[in-house]
Write a protein that binds this ligand. Structure first.
Ligand code: C5P
Length: 309
């Protein structure tokens, strides 16, 4: 008896970053778009909590209590007075330490899976509260689609999208630590006046219209200079994608994954081939967004068909 949940990766089409707050976090205007690259999280009752992981980047995933999936199970169990004795298996396809919210996806996935397994009856608002405690990007992994995140990025407003956006993602040879990128943002901005982060109306309109050219003109990432400062070779990847005809090229979140917006699946294939040939990245993937948030895809049959009286 187990429950499997599918959870998407994200790209930030706008990431406006304010000055460091007294608690060390930064206020954001963070426009998330979920894209069709997924992790699958399966939870099964077990004698004690344990985490396993398979996939190309599995060796880099921590399997101890620091894994966001394990922390999600512990947080939900604590709230409902349960023992978090589950085996969590992560079938990982989202790049690790890539700026695509792979760890956050696993946290949201484990939370939704444990909730279904245990039948806690938690409301959506309670689940979102736990997500926000786990990390700034975790609520969005639960919700999916497109959303504006303010505060640390955890206070979400769902956004309408008028169409599908096609993307190519280039995964880098190594990861980047999110706290290190924010520290570099602080260092680069020292002595300057950092404006309040605000969402771009042009960008929100482009999303609502489903217009890739307008979105390409409006995308921005305030963390990009910091990511490039720590990982200068990413400039070559961005240049290779632009030369190949991408409408826009940007670092995804805190990086180092680079994201290329393209007009249609045909240009996605062309840009993906050019990026692979450029030798400036480890792997290349194509994906479209918006994609659904954390979704139960497999659960015990008695729950699907109803419990006999
Ligand atoms: O919330 P999360 O644990 O994902 O954040 C990871 C790190 O990223 C934080 O410890 C902080 O250094 C940085 N961060 C930030 N401001 C945000 C979100 C994250 O400074 N709004």
């Amino acid at each position: 008896m187990s429950v499997t949940v599918r959870v998407p990766a994200k790209v930030n089409v706008q990431l406006a970053v304010g000055a460091a707050r007294p608690d060390g976090f930064h206020d954001l205007a963070n426009v998330f778009l979920a894209v069709g690259l997924y992790d699958e999280v399966t939870v099964t009752p077990a004698d004690e909590l344990r985490v396993t992981c398979t996939g190309p980047d599995a060796a880099q995933v921590p399997l101890d209590g620091t894994n966001l999936a394990a922390r999600a199970a512990v947080a939900l169990a604590a709230r409902y007075g349960r023992n978090p004795a589950v085996h969590i298996h992560i079938a990982k396809d989202i790049p690790v330490a890539g700026g695509m919210a792979g760890g956050s996806a696993d946290g949201a996935g484990a939370l939704v899976a444990c909730d279904a397994l245990w039948g806690t009856g938690a409301s959506r608002a309670e689940l979102l509260d736990i997500c926000a405690e786990l990390g700034s990007d975790v609520p969005f992994s639960l919700v999916g689609g497109a959303a504006l995140g303010i505060g640390r990025g955890e206070k979400l407003t769902v956004l309408e999208t008028g169409g599908t956006f096609n993307w190519v993602f280039a995964m880098a040879e190594r990861g980047l630590s999110t706290p290190a990128v924010f520290r570099e943002f602080d260092r680069l901005g020292e002595g300057t006046d950092i404006p309040e982060p605000v969402a771009s109306q042009l960008l929100l309109d482009a999303l609502a219209k489903g217009d890739p050219d307008a979105l390409a003109a409006a995308v921005s990432n305030d963390l990009e200079p910091a990511a490039l400062s720590l990982f200068p070779e990413l400039a070559d990847t961005l240049a290779a994608g632009r030369t190949a005809g991408a409408l826009a090229a940007l670092v995804s979140g805190s990086g180092p994954t680079t994201a290329f917006l393209v007009r249609d699946p045909g240009s996605a294939a062309k840009v993906a081939a050019a990026l692979t040939a450029s030798g400036t990245c480890r792997t290349v993937r194509t994906a479209a967004g918006p994609a659904a948030g954390a979704t139960v895809i497999d659960r015990p049959s008695h729950e699907v068909h109803g419990t006999p009286a």
